[in-house]
Design a binder for this molecule. Structure first.
Ligand code: ADP
Length: 170
């Protein structure tokens, strides 16, 4: 079974995947797989532009967890969308030395549910779990992923509304 863990940068994908790996799950980090598909480096936004279509087409399915903000574009059997309240997300991204436009862009994308919407364009609701990491410990997020994958936690998405944070960037 291929499990995708996706979310806006700063929502906790790396931390949750590391915890799941520590618990014995196989984890593939998408940053390790996109290198051959980079089209250009957008130095202003410190962002790599990837040929996403070709990357998706050539991705070897994994029996385990795939972690990264493009994971929901893969034919995953289950997708976990990590979320974080936009003001807390801005604080988490603060120490990363991102240009302020990139922080604002990510905070806005989170407030607009961009990754969730993209996920639901690719996957049925029954395969999707949203986890709000704002006030949760990393271990609790990892527990929820495990319980969802085992069928012990029902799918759930769409309950989050962060539209009040639109335009309230850092
Ligand atoms: N419940 C949580 N789940 C995951 N990360 C969390 C959680 N609470 C706080 N964090 C922190 O949020 C920060 C960003 O997490 P990171 O895993 O780097 O995000 P991403 O990989 O999505 O960019 C880290 O410092 C992480 O420890």
């Amino acid at each position: 079974m291929m499990i995708g863990i996706t979310g806006t940068p700063g929502t906790g994908k790396t931390a949750v995947a590391a915890e799941l790996e520590r618990r014995g799950h196989r984890v593939v980090r998408l940053t390790d797989t996109v290198r051959p598909y980079i089209i250009e480096e957008d130095s202003c936004r410190e962002t790599l532009v990837v040929d996403v279509d070709r990357w998706v087409e050539e991705f070897e399915p994994v029996d385990g967890i795939v972690e990264g903000h493009l994971a929901h574009l893969l034919p995953c059997d289950r997708v976990i969308v990590l979320r974080c309240r936009p003001d807390v997300l801005a604080a988490r991204l603060g120490p990363r030395n991102y240009p302020s436009e990139k922080i604002a862009e990510n905070v806005e994308a989170e407030a607009l549910d961009v990754i969730l919407i993209e996920t639901l364009e690719e996957h049925p609701d029954e395969h999707v779990l949203e986890v709000d990491t704002t006030d949760l410990a990393v271990a609790e997020c990892a527990d929820r992923v495990e319980r969802f994958v085992r069928g012990e936690l029902p799918p759930s998405c769409g309950a989050i509304d962060w539209s009040d944070y639109l335009g309230a960037g850092p």
